[in-house]
Design a protein around this ligand. Structure first.
Ligand code: CA
Ligand code: CA
Length: 236
């Protein structure tokens, strides 16, 4: 218990870099007291320094985690222009959207449709992401083409199907390749009757956006060479 105590007498001097407290020790047989210096302040400073270091380290780590989380939440797997969307299309509620499997149309396995529609639709898988031309080729090989959107009923059906796959982009058959801002459906070359552009779209960002993707419930003109999933349509 005396390791931390250094006892001095009035005639002795101890040189140290530390500052010492003093403790009075009284001898019962004497009224004189002895001053005992203790390394108390040094210990206290070391402990306080360690506490400060730990607090700073924890604060730094916490701040870094917050920044990483923020960046991840703002990151999309595509790099072209971003748009804000609501869970449901403007003016459309879930109860107004047609469900599938209520049609007299018989679709091949994996293809879907809805009451009132005369087409079957295929939503590609994650592994099938490709550029717009590649997507059109795949749909043509399957006996259809990238979907066109000709009526509000078809739009509502596709909106619902994209909604339940929220977070994914899909190529559809619209393009203005060759004539800027004159969008048409390929391969029919029919102009758009129904549109569902997102806010500020189509904006032809960087003068390289000529193909239409269904982007989280809204349409966006995007660079034709980006790789996303796609929606094929077979008219029956
Ligand atoms: Ca169609
Ligand atoms: Ca765009």
């Amino acid at each position: 218990m005396y390791e931390d105590l250094i006892i001095t007498t009035p005639d002795e001097h101890i040189y140290s870099e530390h500052t010492y407290d003093t403790v009075d020790v009284r001898n019962e047989s004497s009224s004189n007291s002895l001053k005992i210096p203790v390394k108390r302040k040094t210990k206290r400073r070391v402990i306080m320094l360690l506490v400060v270091i730990v607090i700073v380290a924890l604060t730094t780590v916490f701040t870094a985690l917050l920044i990483i989380k923020e960046k991840m939440s703002n990151t999309n797997d595509t790099t072209y222009d971003q748009q804000t969307t609501s869970p449901f299309p403007r003016g459309i509620t879930k109860t107004q959207i047609n469900d599938t499997d209520k049609s007299g149309v018989n679709c091949k396995t994996g293809w879907i449709t809805s009451s009132g529609l005369r087409s079957c639709y295929l939503f590609s898988n994650d592994d099938d992401a490709t550029d717009w031309n590649g997507a059109q080729s795949e749909c043509l090989k399957l006996g259809g083409s990238l979907t066109d959107v000709e009526t509000n009923m078809e739009l509502n059906f596709l909106n619902y199907q994209v909604l339940i796959r929220f977070g994914h982009d899909y190529w559809i058959g619209g393009t203005d390749n060759g004539t800027e801002d004159r969008f048409r459906w390929e391969p029919s070359e029919q102009p758009f009757n129904v549109t569902y552009w997102g806010p500020g779209e189509p904006n032809n960002l960087g003068n390289i956006e000529h193909c239409v993707d269904y982007r989280q419930l809204k349409w966006n003109d995007a660079p034709c060479d980006i790789k996303v999933k796609y929606i094929c349509e077979i008219k029956v």
